[in-house]
Write a new protein. Sequence first.
Lengths: 303, 303, 449
Amino acid sequence: MSTGALQSKRVSPAERREWWLFLLLVGPNILLFAIFTYWPLLYNGYLSFVRWDMLAPVKMWVGLDNYRFLFSQPEFQLILFNTFYFTIASVLLTIVLGLLMALLLNQSLRGRNAVRSIVFSPVMLSGAAIGIVWIYIFDPRYGLIDALLGFIGLNSPNWLLDGAWAMPAVIIVHVWKTIGYAVVIYLAGLQAIPRELYEAVVVDGGGAWSRFRAVTLPGLSPVVFFLVLTTVLTSFQSFDIIKVMTNGGPVNATTTLVFYLYEEGFVAFNAGRAGVASVLLFGLMFAFTLVQMRYEDRSVHYA
Amino acid sequence: MTSATHLVQESKQTSTKVSKSATTHWVGHQQSLVGRTAAYLGLTLCVLLIGLPVYWMISGAFKTPQEIYSVPPTWIPSQPTLASFPKAWNSAPFGRYYINSFIVTLFGSGFEVFFAVTSAYAFAFLRFPGKRYVFLLLLAALMVPVQVTILPNYLTVARFGWINTYQGIIIPGASVAYGTFLLRQYYRTLPTEIMDAARVDGAGHVRTLVSVVTPLAKPAIVSFALLSIVAKWNEFLWPLIVTNTKEMRVLPIGIYWLMVEEGTIDWGVVMAGTIFVVLPVLIVFLYAQRYIVDGIAAGAVKG
Amino acid sequence: MLEKTISRRTLLKGMTVSAGVFALAACAAPVAPSAAPAGGAAAPAQTPVTVLLWSSFTGKNGETETELVKRFNESQSDVVIDYQFQGNYEETAQKVTAALQAGTAPDVSLLSDVWWFKFYLNRALLPLDDLLNAQGVDVNDYQDSLINEGVRKGVHYWIPFARSTPLFYYNKEKWAAAGLPDRGPETWDEFMEWAPNLAEMEGEEMKTAAFSHPDGASYIAWLFQPVTWQWGGKYSDPDFTMHMTDELTVAAGQFYKDTVHTYKWARPSKDVQADFIGGLTAAAMMSTGSMGGIKANATFEFGTAFLPKKDHFGCCTGGAGLAILSRTPAEKQSAAMQYIAYASSPESTAFWSQNTGYMPVRKSALELPDMKAYFDAFPQFKTAVDQLPLTQPQDSARVFVPNGDQIIGKGLERITVQAEEVATVFAEVQATLESEAQPVVEALRAVEG
C-alpha cells in the first residue's frame, strides 16, 4: 500500500491515523495467521509436487505424479468415500437429533436446566480422553453397549475391529460429543423467535404442529444453515477420536482425509502425498464454505 | 435477527433471566398429561444417552480389575476401590502434566482473547480500505484444519528453535479467527448511542475500546475466553508433535500414553486417568456454564 | 469524568499485562535436560557429558529400561544419560525424523528393525566400528544373527539391544481343560486338530478363541512372515524382488484367512497380549518381548514353544537396537557408545532379558550363573533362547521398503478381518511394495554404490 495511492484518494489525516490503528490492532493476529496458517497452505501446495521423505536433503520435483498416484489408488477412493460417509452421517444425526433435543429442552419442564448441562457437557471434554472411554464402552465383552444390548437379547458387534461397524462407532462418538453444541445453538435460535408469531398462530386456531411448521421451522432456518456449516467443518476435521479409537482401521475403514494426511505426513513421511491430501482437504472445505455463504446471503437476510 | 440482538443488548447483567422468560411465555400451555409424560420420558432418554458413558467412565475407575473383566459387566462397583487413582497418578508424571496444561492454557487463551478483543474492535469500528477482504482473509483461517498446517509448522517452529518449548506449543495457535468474528458480531450490536456519546466526549478509539466497548462486551469476552480455555486444555495433536520430553507434555497426551501403556490390561487405571484430564474442565463448566453456553450461542445468532 | 480517568489507568494496566504476556512467552525457556551440566569451565574434568537417549518402552519393559539407565548413571561419573520415552517404535522413528529436520535429534536412539535402515539410507547414522574398538567391545560376543543385521558393507550401524523373535505362547489351563499334552503343537496340522477343542462358544459368540491375530499396527506382518516361510513362501528377496503372489505365499495367507473365516477358531484382536492375559485366547504367536508383561499379569500358568512347522521350520528375528545419530557432536560420541556398550553388556543384557523376555544379545550372557539359574526357574524363557539360533533375517519387503511392514500388515488385515480374496489382496500389496521399493533401490545405489 503506497502512500501515493492513499493520497490520490484525498485521505484525511484522521482517516489515515485510523488505518494505522487498524493495522496495529489487526496486524499481529494476521501476521501469525500468515506464518502459521497461510504459509503452510502454500508450502503444502509446493510439497504436493515433490517426492520427499523428510530426511533427504533434496526434494525431488515430480510434477503431478503424486496426484496421479493418489487418484489411481482404490484405497484413496475409499478414503474420500469414508470422509463423506463420516461427514454426512455426523451432520444429519447432529442436525436432526439436536433439533429434537432442543425442542424438548425448550419446554418448561422441571429439571430442564440440569439436563441441558448434561447434554452440553461432552462438548467440553478432551477428545482423546473421550475416545479412550468409548473404547472401553464399545468392548464387545465387558463394555456398556454390550450390557445394554444384552437387555434386548442382542450381542454386541465387535465394533472397532469390524470393518462395517468401526465407522458407525466413531460417528456415534463424534455425534455424542458434539450434539450439545447443536442443542445450544438451536435453543438460542428458538428463543430468538418472537413469541408474537406463535400467538398469532394460536389465535388462528393452529395446533402444535402448525406452530412448528409455520413459525419454528422458518424461524430456525438461519440457525440450521449455520449449524450445517459448522458441523460439516468440524466433522471434516475430526481427528482425535479416530486417532485414539481406531487409528484409521480396521484396514482403512475409518481413514478419512484428515487422518490420511496425518498418516502420510507424520507416519509414512510421504510429504508429497500429504501435500496432495492437504490441498484437497482445504479445497473441499473452501468450496463448501463459499457455496454455503452465497446461499446464506441470498436466502436469509435479517436486520 | 433483531430480537436476538436485543436480547444480547439487554443481557449485560441479566442474560439468564431474559432468555428464560422468553421461552416460558409461549410453551407450557395446552399440554396434556400424556404430552408431559412423553416429554419427561424424552428428558430421561437424553440424560441416559449422554450421561451413561460418563457414568461408565466413573464407575470403571472405582472397579477392581477383576470386576472390570467380569462378564456380564456390573452396573455398580460391587467393591468400590480407590486403588486405581494413585496407580494412575504414579504411572505418569501427572503433576507435571497439570502444570504444563495450566501454562499452555493460560498463555494460549490469553493471546487469543487479547487478539480477539483488539481485532474485533478494528473490524467493527475502524475504517480501512478493503476491510471486508481483510476480514474474509481472517475468516478463511477457520477453514484450515490444524492437521493441514502441522507439517510445515513443525519445520517453521524448528527453525525458530522452539521445539519442545512453551512458546513452541503456544504461539502457532495464538492467533484467533473465531473469537474475532464472535466479538465483532457482539460489538456491532452495541447501541450506537453509547459509541456516539463516547466520541462526543472526545474519547479516541483506544479509550473507547478499553473503557466503553470492553466493559459492555464483558459477557461475550468472558464467554469466548472460557471457550478458548477449554479448547486449549483439550488440544491434542500439536502438543503431541511439538514436545518430546515428559517434562513438557500436557494432560491429553499423558492420558493417551497411559492408555497405550496400560492398554486393555487395566481399564480401571485408564479410567482414573481420564478423570484427571476431564475433571478440571467439568468444574469450570459447572461454575461458568452460562457464559460458555452464551458464547457458543452468540456465534450462531448473527446480526 | 471518572470513567475517563479510570480508562487511562485501565489502558495502562492492560498494556503492561499484555506486554508481560509477550515477555513471559518469549522467555519461557526450553526445559533443559534434567541433568544438564552446570557451567563447566571451572572443573572440566568433572563435568559429566549429557547424552540424550530416546526410547520406546512402556509398562514392565519401560521400568526395566529406566532402571538400566539409572544403574548406568550411578556406575560412573563421566556420562549422564537423559532418557526420554517417545511412544512406540513408529512414533519414536517419527520423532527422530522430525527432530533431524529441526536439528533437535537425540544422540542415541532406539530404532526398530523396520526403521534403522531408513536412517542409514539418509546417512543419518554414525558408523560405529571405531567407537566400538575404542570402548573395547567384542563384537564377536554378540549373537551373530542379531549383530549382523546392523552391518552394511562391513560397517556396524545398529547394535542389538531389545531383540526378539516370535514365540508360540499357550495357556496351560485351557490346554489341560482340552486334554492336550503340555507342549506346543509340532506342526500347524497338529494345531488344526487341537484348535476346535480350545475354542469355546457361547451361543453364536466365540468366548475363547484358540488363536488370535493382531492388527497391522501390532505387527501382524512380522508374525506372519515366519508362517510364509513355513509354507515355503516369502515376502521378497534381498534384491527387492517381491514374492507376495507366489503360490506358497498365497497358500499361507489362505491358511490365515481360513483360521478365522472357515475353521472359525481364530479371531482378529486389537490387543492379543491383553486377550491372552484375560483368557480370551488359548494360544497366540507373540514377541518374546511380551513375556515380561505376561508373566507379571497372567493369573494362570502359561507355556512357550517353538513356532509350529508346516513344510519347513521358520522363524525371524525382530525388535529394536541402538544407534548413534551422525549429527551427534564428536565429544558426545564416545559417551554415547559408552552407554550402548553398557546397555548391551553381558550383565546388562542378562538383567534386561530376564525382566522383559527380549533375547540376551551376548553369547557370554548365557553362561552367567544367574542366567542359568533363571533358565531353570523359568523354562519358558529358555525355549525362546533355544529358538534363537534357528532364526533367519527378515525379508527386505518388510524391513527395508518404507512402510513395508504396514503395507503388508494392512493387506493381512483385509484377509483376516474383512475376508477378502487372498490372491487379489496380495497382488495389490505386491504392486504397492514394488512401487515403494523403487526409491530405496535408487538410494541404495547412491549410498552403497
